[in-house]
Write a protein that binds this ligand. Structure first.
Ligand SMILES: Nc1ncnc2c1ncn2[C@@H]1O[C@H](COP(=O)(O)OP(=O)(O)O)[C@@H](O)[C@H]1O
Ligand SMILES: [Mg+2]
Length: 392
């Protein structure tokens, strides 16, 4: 067996060898796809979670086998710098390239769709920060909805159905998001519904609600850390498939090192695999690689965020940490600091800008990266020292 036979995938967006702990999400989406296929509208589903929790992995898994089921999935990764027309155009080109066997009539429907899309001539950022469209934008959005509806009709004529998978939904400019929601909403009352599947950071929920009220009735799944059993499955199953046995103590240590954070599960498992010899993964393999992996992880996810913090920001971070994991109200954090929310609002805003914390919804604050509390526990002395420095 070569070391390149490593089954683990430590890169964002990569498909994990075992997609552990996401059965409820997969089931719900499968059901919604089944409904869409028969012509009955399903509620849109949005996967919510911090970075590296596995949103893209679930999204990709759901659309992977869709073609064989008669579905046509357009996967787009929203971007604040790109208009949807541009991204959709690329998604169609990709789909055509990946599916050489589609009938010519359907292929020409795709070409017609691309032609019908307005050239993304209007400037950026479009309506960012607001949800009101200019008349010009409104006309262009209508053109995109019309083009998508025409595509949908053509797709249905071929006995197929359309799924729009929008990743990083929080990045989608409001005008484009409104348009996608309108499409899902309008087709829901027909026998040719389009299924909208989204994924995004936790603030996406508040963003979607702000854009359209009926998005409150959508189904939201929050992807959390994997449980111990799920983490073991994610690591053990791919090894077993390659006739490699993971020692129980090795798995236990991997669980405690990764705390079930999918991105770290892959990082640690990947490094451990490279280190192992023969057909066993032992505790010694994990112990040997753990310090280097921890260093890499800290370097990539935390050090940069924490290095430049001012004493005030250090104090704020320590106060949020003292309240425990998860989201806490800004008032609670201020109380922990012995002050009022207003008095520390500029520190809070700075920490949001530095991407150390974010506001999942009004009045709440949470660390941006999973397991930040553990990082702080490891660096508490240093942070406390910096927090006590005069000024800043
Ligand atoms: N359920 C899972 N079990 C094990 N590994 C996973 C799981 N979901 C995702 N991963 C892995 O975690 C990493 C991050 O996944 P990704 O889908 O990119 O997260 P997100 O889109 O939420 O940022 C990738 O390396 C992926 O292979
Ligand atoms: Mg992703």
């Amino acid at each position: 067996m070569s070391e390149f036979d490593n089954p683990y995938r430590a890169a964002p967006g990569s498909e994990p060898p075992a997609l552990a702990g996401r059965d409820a999400e997969l089931e719900a989406i499968k059901y919604a796809i089944g409904m869409t296929k028969t012509g009955a509208a399903a509620q849109s589903v949005v996967l919510i979670g911090l970075r590296g929790m596995g949103k893209t992995a679930v999204l990709r898994r759901c659309i992977a086998g869709l073609h064989d089921e008669g579905g046509i999935a357009l996967y787009v990764q929203a971007s604040a710098d790109l208009r949807l027309a541009t991204i959709l155009r690329r998604a169609i080109e990709r789909f055509k390239n990946d599916n050489a066997s589609i009938p010519d009539t359907l292929r020409s429907a795709f070409d017609g769709f691309i032609k019908a899309l307005p050239q993304a001539a209007y400037e950026l950022p479009s309506g960012l920060g607001g949800v009101k469209l200019s008349r010009h934008e409104q006309r262009e959005e209508e053109e995109i909805v019309d083009a998508l509806e025409a595509l949908n009709t053509a797709v249905r004529k071929h006995g197929r159905f359309l799924l729009l998978a929008v990743d990083e939904i929080q990045e989608c400019p409001p005008a484009d998001l409104q348009m996608l929601i309108a499409l899902a909403h309008q087709t829901a009352s027909t026998s040719e519904p389009v299924f909208l599947l989204g994924a995004g950071l936790p603030e996406s929920i508040a963003y979607l609600h702000k854009i359209r009220t009926f998005t409150e009735r959508w189904r939201y799944f929050r992807l959390e850390l994997l449980t111990k059993t799920e983490t073991i499955r994610a690591i053990d199953e791919p090894a077993i498939e390659r006739n490699v046995i993971c020692e129980h103590a090795a798995l236990e240590r991997l669980v405690s090192e990764t705390r079930g954070y999918p991105l770290f599960v892959q990082e640690y498992a990947c490094a451990t695999w490279i280190h192992h010899r023969g057909n066993r993964i032992d505790l010694e393999d994990v112990i040997a690689v753990a310090p280097a992996v921890r260093k890499t992880i800290n370097g990539s996810f935390y050090d940069g965020r924490f290095r430049g913090l001012t004493p005030r920001e250090c104090r704020y971070v320590l106060a949020l940490d003292a309240l425990g994991e998860g989201a806490h109200s800004v008032a609670e954090i201020a109380a922990e600091l012995g002050t009022t929310s207003d008095a520390v609002s500029s520190t809070r805003n700075q920490l949001i800008k530095k991407d150390v914390v974010y506001a999942p919804s009004g009045g709440l604050l949470e660390f941006r990266m999973p397991l930040t509390n553990r990082y702080i526990a490891e660096h508490r002395l240093d942070l406390k020292k910096r927090a006590q420095a005069v000024g800043g």
